[in-house]
Design a protein around this ligand. Structure first.
Ligand code: AMP
Ligand code: MN
Length: 333
């Protein structure tokens, strides 16, 4: 896709991503914002996202993000990145519905394509990788390169997961030419945790339970514990990867309470389970090796329901074991 061509004649352009924006979502949205500001200086370009974590504050455009979405005038082009439109923040939906043209760019295998124009590439490591491909390279500068790089490292676990392709590495190589301090960026946005975040991680690991003969693991944080440590969802990014890294585990589940009898569920797996299918069954989605959904019921209900699907796939030696990988993960391994 040539992104600029999609914006021909547009004077009002909006960009959004998914709720609880992660590194790829924030990096892609702000990279596209920077690019369009540069190429279309006469146009109004607005980013609508839920307030992203502080660690992204260094990305140019962070302080221009509108989390309230109070605007009412229709947009000429409305971009939805790294997400299906159903997963955008509630307050942006009306404007999306009124837009003259909607464009959906994503790499989630669960996204069937939405909007007037869509570009969905499950083989891409990240949406940031697609944005890189869709822009004129002469517009790249240090800020834009850094925004794209953040997106890529967060979805590939710093070029570690199986979604990393030679192309991903080539793009990474091109981006670091622009001279930003990438080791610092990786440390401070991906690996570093605050003391409290580390305590919560410790607690999650300590209270984890293995099941299905030690091949799966689950851990859950309820609201009471989250309030005790004063942590929010952004403090929990990457915890599920620590569960997945445990020897012998084929599928890891991390859950935290979002409401009475409601949990946000993160799933990670190896080639034994296609978790995008499990998550899709419960109304979520994602990638084969990393997916998520929201579930209602008690902790035990949720785990029982999830394990039914996981077991089915493990027993049927499902296609996941031979299928191509497309994985994404949140920050901090
Ligand atoms: P997480 O749940 O944050 O661990 O996300 C794992 C991967 O699945 C990320 O690529 C998410 O964007 C994706 N994902 C999480 N929840 C959903 C959902 N409800 N619908 C579609 N994709 C999701
Ligand atoms: Mn992504």
């Amino acid at each position: 896709m040539n992104i600029l061509q999609e914006c021909q004649g547009a004077s009002r352009i909006a960009i959004t991503g998914h709720v609880r924006p992660d590194g790829d979502c924030v990096g892609s949205c702000l990279a596209l914002w920077q690019y369009l500001q540069k190429k279309l200086p006469q146009a109004l370009v607005q980013v609508y996202l839920e307030q992203p974590a502080e660690i992204y504050a260094r990305v140019k455009g962070y302080d221009r993000i509108d989390s309230r979405c109070g605007d009412t005038d229709p947009y000429d082009v409305f971009f939805v990145l790294d997400s299906v439109p159903e997963r955008m923040m509630e307050s942006a939906r009306k404007l999306y519905g009124q837009a003259r043209k909607t464009v959906n760019i994503d790499h989630h295998i669960s996204n069937q394509g939405a909007g007037d124009v869509f570009w969905i590439v499950p083989e891409a490591s990240s949406t940031a990788e697609l944005i890189y491909q869709g822009i004129d390279k002469e517009a790249l500068d240090q800020d834009l390169a850094m925004a794209l790089y953040i997106g890529i490292i967060h979805d590939t676990g710093v070029f570690q997961y199986s979604n990393t392709s030679p192309k991903t590495m080539e793009i990474g190589a091109d981006l670091i030419r622009y001279g930003f301090d990438f080791p610092k960026l990786i440390l401070e946005t991906f690996y570093q945790r605050t003391y409290v975040q580390s305590q919560v991680l410790g607690r999650v690991l300590l209270e984890s339970i293995r099941f299905m003969e030690g091949s799966c693991i689950v851990s859950c944080l309820d609201r009471k514990i989250m309030d005790f440590y004063e942590v929010e969802h952004a403090d929990l990014d990457g915890i599920v990867n620590h569960l997945r890294n445990i020897e012998g585990i084929h599928c890891a589940i991390f859950m935290y309470q979002t409401d009475v009898l409601e949990y946000k569920v993160s799933l990670r797996s190896d080639e034994w389970v296609d978790v995008s299918r499990v998550a899709a069954f419960f109304g979520g989605g994602g990638h084969k090796r990393a997916a998520g959904c929201t579930m209602r019921g008690t902790f035990h209900d949720c785990v029982n329901n999830l394990s039914l699907h996981i077991k089915q796939q493990m027993e049927s030696g499902s296609a996941a074991r031979t299928g191509s990988d497309s994985e994404s993960n949140s920050r901090r391994e």
